[in-house]
Ligand binder design. Sequence first.
Ligand code: TPP
Ligand code: MG
Length: 392
Amino acid sequence: MTVESTAARKTTRRSSGAKRTTSAAGAKKAPAAQGAEPELVQLLTPEGERVQHPDYDIDLSAEELRGLYRDMVLTRRFDAEATSLQRQGELGLWASLLGQEAAQIGSGRALRDDDYVFPTYREHGVAWVRGVDPTNLLGMFRGVNHGGWDPNSNNFHLYTIVIGSQTLHATGYAMGIAKDGADSAVIAYFGDGASSQGDVNEAFTFSAVYNAPVVFFCQNNQWAISEPTEKQTRVPLYQRARGFGFPGVRVDGNDVLACLAVTRSALERARRGEGPTLVEAFTYRMGAHTTSDDPTKYRRDEEREAWEAKDPILRLKAYLEREGHADEAFFEALEAESEALGKRVREGVRTMPDPDDMAIFENVYADGHALVDEERAQFAAYQASFADGEVK
Ligand SMILES: Cc1ncc(C[n+]2csc(CCOP(=O)(O)OP(=O)(O)O)c2C)c(N)n1
Ligand SMILES: [Mg+2]
């Protein structure tokens, strides 16, 4: 199975106003980018037909397949609700995962409870499968807390906005697991844009040299805000792994079965002590980068339309219906469950208490710090200087 290269597909994209052609798309192709089309692991076509792959397979019951579908539908619903809440002024910002449900649910469902996840800010589907309450994801985006969950409760680290830095945290954690002699594994999520960060390349180097049990799961959603992938790389991203000394594989990121199979295989490899794997989930960010972004300024509608035809949820629905794995009653019950989730999230956000003004000074240092104590005292005095004792 092959896909057209990102660079080839985007040669007609408007450049960002520069007169000279400076993009990789306009430049001569690098030798490594020439030759065969990149391999793409796919088990479910966009039309919802089951296909075989020589290296990856998966055998799921009808109930498990319905479970994956349910995960994706509820995640999409939660995500849409959060976008609406931002538009209503209830959240300061939201980073939608629209289009990336299969990559996140498939990889997330490959994990064991004792594995550890290091997410970016967009991993709402992974949070869902880890059992983090969706409402808890919204506190930071509402500005009432710095995260909203205890990472160790679900082995799901806090959302990380400093691009790529969590790959180093994941590598260090994985090295620790190996020293402890545990057979659990670690997964680090990051984006195509993050792949250009020094931190990610350092994580690749360390994890390879120390044979750390970590899976690097890159969701190549084609864009880093307004920068297309061809501005990040001259070769398909998964091929970079080879230079660091570990395998890379590109999976259809809109195919939940393939994402599950490939991630499971990479995690098993990590557990066997064979070190890291880079999984590139080839997908698409259907929405804006965040609610502060306007993608019509830098990409064409046709591109999104082409990806809508590869929708991860519709293709699994087509498969479930074709195989008779789900009936109308299932879809109706799920719709009712989605409605209930939306309502619960709306109410949860609107009733979230504002934090105590002094809470910002908590948890900065485990044992306190003289400078933080001084700042706390200064801020308390400042507040007390107002007539009603509160800053309005
Ligand atoms: C170190 C750092 N540099 C820049 C930014 C600003 N920034 C936020 S998101 C983003 C793009 C990330 O793109 P990608 O890694 O592809 O992830 P995506 O948002 O597409 O999921 C940038 C540059 C940041 N948060 N951290
Ligand atoms: Mg991206």
